[in-house]
Design a protein around this ligand. Structure first.
Ligand code: PLP
Length: 440
């Protein structure tokens, strides 16, 4: 309660803007901007910091839900966007930057053909459509607890509250994650648990000739962080291919953040399709879908019309080019890994010293405190996390100059190439403060 009071006391201007926003539905521009006790209105960002309208400075570990891998106003991104904006920002015709971006992504992700879109939702929607178009089948397999954006086929069994998941763990019943999802669409989605190839094989034996493919986050990132078991992804690809079905990796969150070529490259498993968004645009709304010749030829020859007025938008392409060719260098990844190690070690030390039943889980520049001592292998395991700590951790960090993503146990922090040791240490010290108060 005292942390909530302190939060409110620090933010009178945010509160005033919230009261002025009567014509914004819900007072914000996306439901996930609603934070408790009130929304935080931002003034600007610079380097690793964001500043709210009340003048408070935060080391930004929110990263705009996994976007700000470059940090804020990175000179290379600013120069690229400035150079483009003065020469016109939209023509609905390709610009040369798109070639450089596609070449770079082809190299990083080992996928020969690429197209662009504007959000992760669009990229995963294209992936689902392409799997259906390529196989002539309608059903998709999706993993319980994976989030792929807000289109019909994938808003199924995403973030249910503990009471919601139904059906046995090895054969979950699909539940809509939003209103407005037609029952007819739900009938075309089979939900399977993460890290369970047998469940996928069973679904394929029962429904194989209906299944177009499977979409999943290769490291689950919307349920804390859940790593795949060794061999899981490669086995998935084999079993799907044996049944004539395809595999799509949703690397919207993991893409460039866990390493230069995402999970695909880190674990050496190349899927049929890969979806990117978030960090690739350096803060601009840009997304990409890459894939094999066999699947992407459907786009090339017009059998699948991958279209969009803003696809390959020149501003987004200029920013993505700067991200890929100037920001995300091998030295940048070394810096991120060093900071990751410092943060992981610092937090684990706090947890051990205070004897808390928590763990630190990381994947490249992303990480989280998991409020459970045991490792988690799937979404039902994640639901066992102690939910009391997520929000308390967020508030304590926020009141002491660290902006974490607001969804307590669900979300992860993101380091940026502009973060420093001091930023990391601030997060560790604040966690120590919370831990001391919990154990006394
Ligand atoms: N896929 C994953 C794994 C995501 O985490 C998200 C968003 O958080 C999306 C897709 C949807 O991306 P967007 O919000 O850009 O539509």
């Amino acid at each position: 309660a005292d942390e909530t009071e302190a939060f409110v006391a620090r933010q009178p201007r945010s509160r005033a803007l919230g009261s002025r926003a009567g014509h914004l539905a819900g007072g914000v521009t996306s439901n996930w901007q609603i934070t408790e006790p009130q929304a935080v209105w931002i003034s600007h960002g610079a380097g690793s910091k964001v500043y709210d309208v009340d003048g408070c400075e935060y080391a930004d570990f929110h990263g705009g839900y996994g976007v700000s891998l470059a940090g804020h106003a990175h000179p290379a991104v600013v120069a690229a966007v400035r150079g483009r904006v003065a020469r016109g920002t939209h023509f609905a015709q390709p610009t040369e930057d798109a070639i450089v971006v596609a070449d770079d992504l082809a190299d990083r992700f080992d996928q020969p053909l690429w197209r662009f879109a504007n959000s992760g939702t669009e990229a995963t929607m294209d992936a689902v459509h392409l799997m259906r178009a390529a196989t002539g089948r309608d059903r998709i397999l999706k993993v319980e607890g994976c989030y792929h954006g807000h289109h019909d086929s994938v808003e199924v069994s995403v973030l249910p509250e503990p009471d919601d998941p139904i059906g046995p763990p090895e054969r979950p019943t699909g539940v809509p994650d939003n209103t407005g999802i037609p029952a007819a669409i739900m009938d075309l989605v089979t939900v399977v648990p993460f890290n369970d190839v047998d469940a996928v094989e069973r679904a394929l034996l029962e429904q194989g000739d209906e299944v177009a493919g499977m979409i999943l986050e290769p490291i689950m990132m919307n349920a804390g962080i859940i790593h795949p078991d060794e061999g899981y992804l490669a086995e998935l690809r084999d079993v799907l291919h044996r049944h004539g079905a395809l595999l799509a990796f949703d690397e919207v969150k993991t893409g460039l953040t866990v390493g230069p070529g995402g999970v695909s490259r880190a674990l050496g498993v190349t899927p049929d399709l890969v979806c990117l968004a978030k960090a690739m645009g350096g803060g601009l709304p840009t997304a990409a879908i890459g894939g094999s010749e066999a699947v992407m030829s459907l786009i090339a020859d017009g059998r699948y019309e991958q279209v969009g007025t803003f696809n390959g938008n020149p501003l987004g392409m200029a920013a993505a080019r700067a991200m890929l060719t100037e920001v995300l260098t091998p030295a940048a990844y070394e810096h991120l890994e060093r900071l990751r190690d410092r943060l992981e070690t610092g937090l684990q030390d706090v947890i051990d010293r205070h004897g808390l039943p928590w763990r630190v889980v990381t994947a490249g520049a992303k990480g989280c405190v998991s409020f459970l001592a045991e490792p988690i292998r799937d979404f039902r395991g994640f639901l066992r996390l102690d939910d009391r700590y997520g929000h308390a951790h967020w508030l304590v960090q926020h009141n002491r100059g660290v902006f974490l993503p607001p969804w307590g146990k669900v979300e992860q922090w993101l380091l940026s190439v502009q973060h420093t040791d001091e930023d990391v240490d601030r997060l560790v010290v604040n966690c120590d403060h919370l831990a001391s108060r919990l154990v006394t």
